[in-house]
Design a protein around this ligand. Structure first.
Ligand code: ADE
Ligand code: ZN
Length: 326
C-alpha cells in the first residue's frame, strides 16, 4: 500500500496538524493547551462537538503566516510518507486572520510557498479548497467566499463548507456558494455525516455541489443512492474518521463498500488524520482487510479522485502520468 501512489480529496489543513507541532506552537506562545491532549500526547475529545472544540482550541496557537508555512510542510511530509502524490486541503480563512481578505492573502502566500517547496522536495502536489464553517454562520461564510473569490486561480481551486452539520441549513449558505461558483471554483459540502440523507439532498439542491464530504448516510435512502450513482456525484469518504467519531461502531459496519458496489463514485480520504490515529495507508489497509478491496479497486478510486479533483487540466494530466508510471 505504501508504494501505491494515492490521491486525497478531503483533508483539513489544521486538522492534519501533528499534535507535537501544536504543542510546540503552544509552548512558544506560552499558551496552556494541556487540556486538549491525552496522556499519550494525542488529541483528546469525547464526541463530535468536543472534537470541534479541541480542533478550534488547537487553531488558537496558529497565529501567523509563518506558522501556516511550517504547518503546510509538516502536513505534506506526513501525506507524502503515506504515498500521496496529489492532495486537496481545506483551507480556512477563519483561522488565517479571521476572514479578513488582506490577512488571508498573506497566509495564503505562505501556504503556497510551502506547497511549492514540498512539490520540489517530495513530489506531492497541493491544491487548496477554501472552506467556510457552518456553525460560524452565513454572514461569516460570505466573507470567506469573498476570500475564495478573490484568490481563485491555479492554487485555490475549490470552495466548501465544514463544521457542525446539525446547525443551520444549506440554503443559508447559497449566497456564498453562488459567489464561489461564479468565480469558477469547484464546490463540495460536508453532508450526510451528522445529518441523514435529507442533508445530502439539501446540499445538492441548494448548493449545487458536485462532491459531498462524507455523504455516507446516503446509504439510509436507496433512492438517494441510486440518484448519486446516476448523476455521478462524488463522495469524499473518510471511514477512519467516521469510526473514530462514533458514527459507525467498526469497519465492518461502515457503508463504503455498499456505496461502491451500488455504483456510487467513492473516494477515500483521512479528514483529520492525527485526530483519528490514521493515515491514508492505514485506510487502504483496513479497506483491503475488511472488504477484500484489491489493487484494481484502489486504482479505480484513485481514478475517480483524479477525475473529480478541482485542478486544471495540465495538473490532472501530470498526475495521471505519475499514476501510469507505476
Ligand atoms: N472539520 C474538520 N473535520 C470535520 C468533520 N469530520 N466534519 C465536519 N467538520 C469538520
Ligand atoms: Zn471533513
Amino acid at each position: 500500500m505504501t508504494e501505491m501512489p494515492k490521491l486525497e480529496l478531503h483533508l483539513h489543513l489544521e486538522g492534519a496538524a501533528p499534535p507535537a507541532f501544536i504543542r510546540a506552537q503552544a509552548k512558544r506562545k506560552n499558551t496552556d493547551l494541556s487540556r486538549i491532549f491525552d496522556s499519550d500526547g494525542g488529541y483528546a475529545y469525547r464526541d463530535f462537538p468536543d472534537f470541534l472544540r479541541v480542533y478550534e482550541a488547537a487553531c488558537t496557537v496558529l497565529t501567523s503566516p509563518q506558522d501556516f508555512h511550517d504547518l503546510t510542510l509538516a502536513v505534506l511530509e506526513q501525506s507524502a510518507e503515506a504515498g500521496v502524490i496529489y492532495t486537496e486541503a481545506f483551507l480556512s480563512p477563519d483561522f488565517c486572520g479571521g476572514g479578513d481578505l488582506a490577512a488571508w492573502r498573506d497566509y495564503l502566500a505562505a501556504i503556497e510557498a510551502a506547497a511549492q517547496l514540498a512539490e520540489a522536495q517530495m513530489g506531492i502536489t497541493l491544491r487548496g479548497c477554501v472552506t467556510c464553517i457552518r456553525h460560524f454562520g452565513p454572514e461569516q461564510a460570505r466573507r470567506i467566499a469573498i476570500c475564495a473569490q478573490e484568490t481563485a486561480g491555479q492554487f485555490i481551486t475549490g470552495f466548501g463548507i465544514a463544521g457542525d452539520e446539525t446547525q443551520l441549513h444549506p440554503r443559508d449558505f447559497s449566497y456564498a456558494f453562488d459567489a464561489a461558483r461564479e468565480a469558477g471554483l469547484g464546490l463540495t459540502a460536508h453532508a450526510g455525516e451528522w445529518g441523514g440523507p435529507g442533508s445530502v439532498y439539501d446540499a445538492l439542491t441548494h448548493l449545487h455541489v458536485t462532491r459531498i464530504g462524507h455523504g455516507v448516510r446516503a446509504i439510509e435512502d436507496p433512492a438517494l443512492v441510486e440518484q448519486l450513482a446516476e448523476t455521478g456525484v462524488v463522495l469524499e469518504v473518510c471511514p477512519g474518521s467516521n469510526i473514530a467519531l462514533g458514527l459507525y461502531r467498526n469497519w465492518k459496519s461502515h457503508p463504503i463498500d455498499k456505496l461502491y458496489r451500488a455504483g456510487v463514485q467513492v473516494t477515500v480520504s483521512t479528514d483529520d488524520p492525527p485526530f483519528f490515529h490514521t493515515t491514508l495507508n492505514n485506510e487502504y489497509a483496513r479497506l483491503a482487510d475488511t472488504f477484500g478491496w484489491e489493487d484494481h479497486d484502489f486504482a479505480a478510486i484513485n481514478q475517480t479522485a483524479l477525475q473529480a479533483a478541482f485542478c486544471d487540466p495540465d495538473t490532472r494530466a501530470a498526475i495521471q502520468k505519475k499514476l501510469e508510471a507505476t
